[in-house]
Ligand binder design. Structure first.
Ligand code: SF4
Length: 187
């Protein structure tokens, strides 16, 4: 049991629980406000994230920062950002189910320490792991469901939005819905 995100991160730092440790440059634990009410969860580190040791850097991170700024948020205040797996899968392939399950033990600890009121899943992998194994981003994005007192929502992964800019208006609407939910909860 860890009392702080700092202690948890120190414990996670040398993790070799799954095969993804073999190819990493840096373990990407997470970033943000350790007292945040709002947690974003992506899939796993890409090239830039692996090099810099921080989630959502590079072009997809810049887009996430723009979406956050559009609803007056930023990654250092009231927001924490993590991933389903904390080490980069080779050639940016999807993390395999066993890798996700093993690494989820760290994310569960992060959630236990942070106790967020809202979790936003960025992309299919995170939404299917945390909300519903059948989750379809194009159909169910922006819809909030409550699980054990935590509001959860899935939306597009910023990297997917860069590949398919036509989905950006839908993603923007999801962030507006997030702003409404934050206001509704008095956060
Ligand atoms: S992906 Fe997760 S479980 Fe696997 S080595 Fe990295 S931190 Fe450990």
């Amino acid at each position: 049991m860890y009392e702080t995100m700092e202690a948890l991160q120190a414990s996670c730092a040398g993790c070799t629980r799954c095969r993804l440790c073999e190819g990493r440059t840096n373990l990407v634990f997470g970033v943000g406000d350790p007292k945040a009410d709002l947690l974003f969860v992506g899939e796993g580190p890409g090239y830039q994230e692996d090099v810099q040791g921080e989630p959502f850097v590079g072009p997809s991170g810049q887009l996430l920062d723009k979406l956050l700024a559009a609803i007056d948020l930023d990654r250092q205040n009231g927001v924490y950002i993590a991933n389903i797996v904390k080490c980069r899968p080779p050639q940016n392939r999807d993390p395999q189910p066993d890798e996700q399950d093993i690494c989820l033990t760290w994310l569960r600890e992060q959630v236990r320490v942070l106790r967020p009121k809202i979790i936003v899943c960025l992309g299919r992998i995170a939404a299917q792991k945390l909300i519903d194994p059948e989750f379809r981003v194009t159909k169910e994005h922006g819809q909030f469901v409550e699980r054990k007192g935590v509001w959860m929502m899935g939306t597009f992964h910023p990297a997917a939005l860069l590949r398919n800019p036509a989905q950006k208006p839908d993603a923007f609407d999801d962030f507006l819905a997030l702003r409404d939910k934050l206001q509704e909860l008095g956060l």
